[in-house]
Design a protein around this ligand. Structure first.
Ligand SMILES: [Zn+2]
Length: 257
């Protein structure tokens, strides 16, 4: 998992807390599960009790109590979570927060001293907060429990053998709402086609992240329902860093963000 130094610092600070909620956010195929599983592997020590409820269990980790959801048997996220909480795990991983009941249990678990990891489907980190508020979780409660939101995407990586200079970058920057002046002498690249990439123009993927850590001042802003101004590097900015280095194309960023 590639993170900038600053992001790495806040990422580990958040996952090393004893309680609170940490959310990994993004659409299907954005690499959320793989981020969550790497966190669980990192936290998986003998003295730490980790339980998960998942639908489906994508990856087995030894030493972790993983429970599969079985909706047809009435074993939904909420029911399993209540049973798991009675065993008082240190860490709880909820595959996905999809409904009010699950969201409420996540908040309650976190308030009673558990560290909760989960995923959400929304465009970006601020969208993630709105989604939780729309599920009926009060901003004040959220401010007490939210530790970190990680939003992510997997961008396709340009094939180094056939990528070519992008002649139409100006209009693409415009459609991404980015000022051209900001990228003065940057060379952007677009995909080509060759045997090495089977004419797709891309080989491999690069993860990009947007990380919000809820420190005291951000918690206050959230509690008072004020607008969160961006004091973090956005997905788009992180994606553009990769485009500036010629690792991905503006087309790919427009497709994914
Ligand atoms: Zn190629």
């Amino acid at each position: 998992m590639y993170l900038s130094e600053e992001n790495k610092r806040i990422f580990y600070k958040a996952i090393n807390q004893n309680n609170g909620i940490i959310i990994v956010n993004g659409p299907t195929g954005s690499g959320k599960s793989s981020t969550l599983y790497s966190i669980l592997k990192y936290k998986n020590k003998e003295e730490v009790n980790i339980s998960t409820v998942e639908d489906p269990i994508e990856y087995q980790i030894e030493g972790i109590n993983q429970v599969q959801c079985k909706n047809e048997l009435g074993l939904d996220f909420a029911t399993i979570l209540r049973a798991l909480l009675r065993q008082d795990p240190d860490i709880l991983m909820i595959g996905e927060i999809r409904d009010k009941e699950t969201a409420e249990i996540a908040v309650k678990a976190s308030l009673t001293g558990h560290l909760v990891f989960s995923t959400l489907h929304s465009n970006d980190s601020l969208g993630c907060i709105n989604r939780l508020v729309n599920l009926g979780i009060d901003s004040y409660l959220l401010s007490l429990v939210l530790q970190m939101i990680v939003s992510q995407r997997l961008l396709r990586k340009l094939c180094p053998y056939c990528k070519k200079e992008d002649q139409n970058y100006r209009e693409k920057l415009k459609s991404l709402n980015l000022p051209e002046e900001k990228y003065g002498d940057v060379k952007f690249y677009a995909s080509g086609a060759c045997e090495k990439c089977m004419n797709t123009g891309y080989i491999g993927r690069i993860p990009v992240f947007e990380i919000i850590y809820f420190d005291e001042s951000l918690k206050n802003i959230l509690a008072q329902k004020k607008e969160i101004k961006q004091n973090f590097k956005t997905l788009l900015e992180n994606a553009m860093d990769n485009a500036k280095e010629g690792l991905t194309s503006l087309d790919e960023i427009m497709r994914q963000l």
